[in-house]
Every structure is written in structure tokens, then in C-alpha cells.
Design a protein around this ligand. Structure first.
Ligand SMILES: [Zn+2]
Length: 355
């Protein structure tokens, strides 16, 4: 069973009306004439049949509010914290509806709910019983109006928080802006420790990330970040940032996205210029720094602003993720290490974090 550390499911449902209970091919067909979705999203890679076929049993599913300064025209975006809160709430409702209306989806908020999902993936359980667990991750914390509002979000089921995104939030400098944790950001981290939430350092500036690593005692991840050593740019983690995550026994989710695996790759370049061997290579880089295979995983970010045209040659939909395991095997990884990378390492974080 695979665990994916980052998918923007609800944002796409709300913004582009995607129906992720149907096959990815159906979504592609439905969007064939929708130029805005095609440009903004690319060829859909996610869908219920594909998650099941790819053995994806747990997903860190995001709440992502779009700041106005980054939005394309026609896309709902926020300028105030209240508007960000409203966007994230609407997306939270998407996950609530998925779990209520479809027996295949379960909202995972505690150990018991995680156990229930994992039990459906055990040997001997018929395939039609398998469930997909959704763990809610907030990408960019502006929807949390004040740090003390975190309690309300926790009660609503939020379990992972990435304080920043690109140009930064009221809580922290972002990967595109630079800058430190703000006073509110420091207070937010304190509140997060009270609830033992997972801190996601993806999209934090280097400064804010290293500051946060010094202060945060709870579980730490980078849900979707690749090594900067392989592709330059502040969106990727420097070795110092990776080592700080490793020192905290954190886990880093690798994105199978060509532009983050091969220096200079741009959207529109050949899909097959990058392969799953490059995904395994990025994972291996983290394993070499760590000295083990306990600290790297998958954070696909599939459908997070790009599609199949921008993923490695062998990957058309999420159903193809097991091919990453084959590439790790080809690189000489042992079965137990491959299992850890494909899912076990994320589960270790959830075991540490969930109530
Ligand atoms: Zn992201």
C-alpha cells in the first residue's frame, strides 16, 4: 500500500469542478474544451479507480486558499484572512462530503480511523473493501485567522499545517519571498505543539524553515519538496534544510514532477526526458544524506497545477505510482526499504502525530 504526502484534491473540486470519483480519463475528456482548466491544471492524473489500482491507501489531502496576488483571472482568491478561512472551509466540506457519500473514502483524524483504513488493505481482504484514508493538510496557514483559532481547526479535523506558500503568509516567509517566521508564526508553532500537529516545511523560506526546526518539538515533514542539489531554486530544499528535517526524524516527500527532477526542464518539454529512475535518484539522494531509507517518501502533488504532460515518462496517472517502487528495486533497494519509502515512513509520522 502506498501513502501519498500531498494532493490538492478539494481545491480542484471547488475551482475546476473536478469529480474525483470518476476515472482520470473521464476528467480529461470533460476538460478537453476547457482551456482554463487545461492551462492551469494539465492532464488529470487522479481519480478513484486510479487511486485504488495504484494501491494508494492514504493521502495527505490539502486545504489550499489561493492568494489574490497569485491567482489567474477568474479564479476565486483571497485578500483577507476571513476570505482565506471561507475558502478553506469550503474545501473542508469537500472532504466531509467525499467521506460521507462514498464508502471508499474515510476521513482519518485519529489512530482508530487510521487502523480502520489500514485493515482494509491487509492480505485476504477483498479489493472492493479497500478504503482511501484522507488526512487533512493545510498548505499556507492564512485561513487560520488568529493563532488561537487553531483549536477550532483541530476540532474540524486538521492534522498537518504548512505555514507558508510562495510569497509568504501572515505566519512565515515563503519559498518565493524569503523572510522569517513572524510573531504570529512563532505563536502558531506553539499552538501546533499543544495539539501535536505535524509541521510541514514545504514552501517555507530557508530562514523560516531553519527557525521553525529550532523551535518545533512536534512531528516534522516536508510534504512535497525535492533536493535543491538536483534542481536549483528556493522551491527545493537545501542540504541544510534537509539535514534539519532529518535531525528531527522527519520525512521528505519527493515530487515526481519533471521540472523538479531535471534542471532546466520546462512545461512543454518532452515528457520522456525524465523517467521514474530520476524519481528514485532524488529519493536516493535523501537516503544518502540520511544514511538510511527511513526519511523519504512520495509527495506527488499530482494535479497540483500540472498534469501528466509534466510527469516522468512512465507516469500517466496515480495508478502508475508502483513503477517508482520498481525503479527503487532496480537501484538496489531492499524490499523493506522500498515499503518504507512507498508508505511506511509517512505512517510512522502519523503514528507519532495522531491522537
Ligand atoms: Zn505546493
Amino acid at each position: 500500500m502506498i501513502v501519498d504526502g500531498h494532493e490538492d484534491i478539494a481545491y480542484n473540486v471547488v475551482t475546476f469542478g473536478r469529480d474525483y470519483t470518476r476515472p482520470a480519463q473521464d476528467t480529461r475528456a470533460a476538460e478537453a474544451d476547457n482551456a482554463q482548466a487545461r492551462v492551469a491544471m494539465g492532464d488529470c492524473m487522479l481519480g478513484l479507480p486510479e487511486w485504488l489500482k495504484g494501491n494508494v491507501g492514504v493521502i495527505f489531502a490539502t486545504l489550499f486558499a489561493m492568494p489574490a496576488h497569485r491567482a489567474e483571472t477568474g479564479i476565486a482568491a483571497y485578500t483577507t484572512p476571513q476570505e482565506a478561512d471561507a475558502q478553506a472551509m469550503e474545501q473542508l466540506d469537500v472532504y466531509g462530503r467525499l467521506a460521507d457519500e462514498n464508502p471508499r473514502f474515510t476521513w482519518v483524524r485519529d489512530q482508530k480511523e487510521l487502523d480502520a483504513v489500514l485493515a482494509t488493505w491487509k492480505d485476504g481482504v477483498p479489493e472492493e473493501k479497500r478504503q482511501i484514508g484522507l488526512v487533512v493538510l493545510m498548505e499556507g496557514a492564512d485561513p487560520i485567522i488568529r493563532p488561537q483559532d487553531l483549536e477550532r481547526w483541530y476540532e474540524r479535523g486538521l492534522r498537518i499545517v504548512g505555514p507558508s506558500w510562495l510569497a509568504g503568509t501572515r505566519y512565515a516567509g515563503g519559498d518565493a519571498s524569503g523572510g522569517p517566521l513572524t510573531d504570529d508564526g512563532i505563536q502558531l508553532l506553539r499552538m501546533m505543539m499543544d495539539f501535536n500537529l505535524v509541521l510541514d516545511v514545504s514552501h517555507l523560506s530557508e530562514q523560516a524553515c531553519l527557525q521553525a526546526m529550532d523551535r518545533y518539538d512536534g512531528p516534522v515533514i516536508a510534504s512535497h519538496s525535492n533536493p535543491r542539489k538536483l534542481v536549483s531554486g528556493n522551491r527545493q530544499l537545501s542540504d541544510d534544510m534537509i539535514k534539519a528535517v532529518l535531525e528531527r526524524d522527519g520525512v521528505m516527500g519527493i515530487l515526481p514532477i519533471n521540472s523538479m527532477l531535471k534542471e532546466g526542464w520546462r512545461r512543454g518539454d518532452r515528457k520522456d526526458a525524465v523517467t521514474v529512475a530520476d524519481v528514485a535518484g532524488a529519493m536516493d539522494y535523501v537516503c544518502q544524506l540520511a544514511g538510511d531509507a527511513q526519511h523519504v517518501a512520495l509527495g506527488t502533488d499530482f494535479d497540483g497545477g500540472f498534469g501528466a504532460e509534466s510527469a516522468p515518462a512512465e507516469l500517466s496517472t496515480i495508478a502508475d505510482l508502483p513503477k517508482v517502487a520498481i525503479a527503487l528495486k532496480a537501484r538496489g533497494y531492499a524490499e523493506a526499504d522500498i515499503e518504507a519509502i512507498m508508505g511506511g515512513n509517512w505512517l510512522r509520522i502519523l503514528r507519532r502525530a495522531l491522537p
